[in-house]
Design a protein around this ligand. Structure first.
Ligand code: HEM
Length: 220
């Protein structure tokens, strides 16, 4: 980890790779969650598989958590180094002339996503770990749908989720396409790639907003 933290190129590449990995995670997370809108049985079946499969639980999940931690630690280091390398914050004077709002505020949109993950882990991941490994309840493959939907009874929590998804969209809008540049993959397909990353940054968070609002209005 020391090597990554001290070399700026290694930091950029690790940031890009962990970001691309999280983009892939987000897509599969979206697809699984979207089944909760289509069919409670399918959602229960898939969630039960994901929650009890040995490879998912003890290989993929630790890699995912490592990826999340690596991405936000590197993001904070990157921001800190950028600020200390530039004691006079000249970009502020004419920021919008040479960069987008999204690219200048990655640290803030990223911190909101991090705060959302805190709430999200408290809502889903912690109760799941307690249920399975602390209280050791017998397996019930039908519980996932009701547990998930119940989280969207509160208008405040649903509002916080929706707000976080909007900031996630702004974060992805710059981050997804910039990860390809950091990897040196900006080539003749760059324009098409940019279009794809922008579509992803808008459509996936919009899809998450739809799921949250769908369950909220189904609950009232
Ligand atoms: C309406 C939107 C969402 C719903 C309904 C939802 C639901 C869930 C559920 C049911 C779990 C499973 C907990 C478990 O069994 O371990 C989970 C885990 C997780 N979610 Fe979400 N999620 C949503 C959006 C998001 C977003 C936008 C992100 C990322 C920015 C995210 C990141 C995670 C992570 C990192 C985990 C932990 C995965 C694991 O290791 O189990 N979720 N979510």
């Amino acid at each position: 980890m020391g090597g990554i933290l001290n070399s700026s190129i290694a930091r950029k590449v690790a940031m890009a790779l962990s970001g691309l990995f999280l983009v892939l995670f987000l897509l599969q997370h979206f697809i699984i969650n979207f089944t909760s809108v289509l069919s409670a049985e399918s959602f229960n079946e898939i969630s039960h598989f994901m929650g009890t499969n040995f490879i998912v639980q003890f290989l993929i999940q630790p890699i995912l958590i490592f990826g999340v931690i690596l991405h936000f630690v590197l993001g904070i280091v990157l921001e800190y180094r950028n600020r200390s390398a530039r004691p006079i914050n000249y970009v502020r004077f004419n920021g919008s002339a040479n960069s987008s709002w999204m690219s200048r505020n990655m640290i803030y949109t990223g911190l909101v996503v991090l705060a959302f993950l805190g709430l999200h882990f408290y809502d889903f991941w912690v109760p799941e770990i307690v249920h399975k490994y602390v209280e050791s309840h017998p397996e019930d493959p039908t519980r996932y749908y009701h547990e998930t939907v119940a989280k969207f009874e509160s208008p405040v929590r649903t509002g916080l989720y929706v707000l976080s998804f909007i900031l996630l969209s702004l974060h992805l809008y710059h981050g997804f396409s910039s990860s390809f540049q950091s990897m040196g993959w900006a080539n003749k397909y760059a324009k098409g790639l940019r279009g794809f990353t922008v579509a992803y940054a808008i459509l996936i968070p919009l899809g998450f907003i739809f799921i949250a609002l769908y369950h909220y209005f189904n609950n009232v």
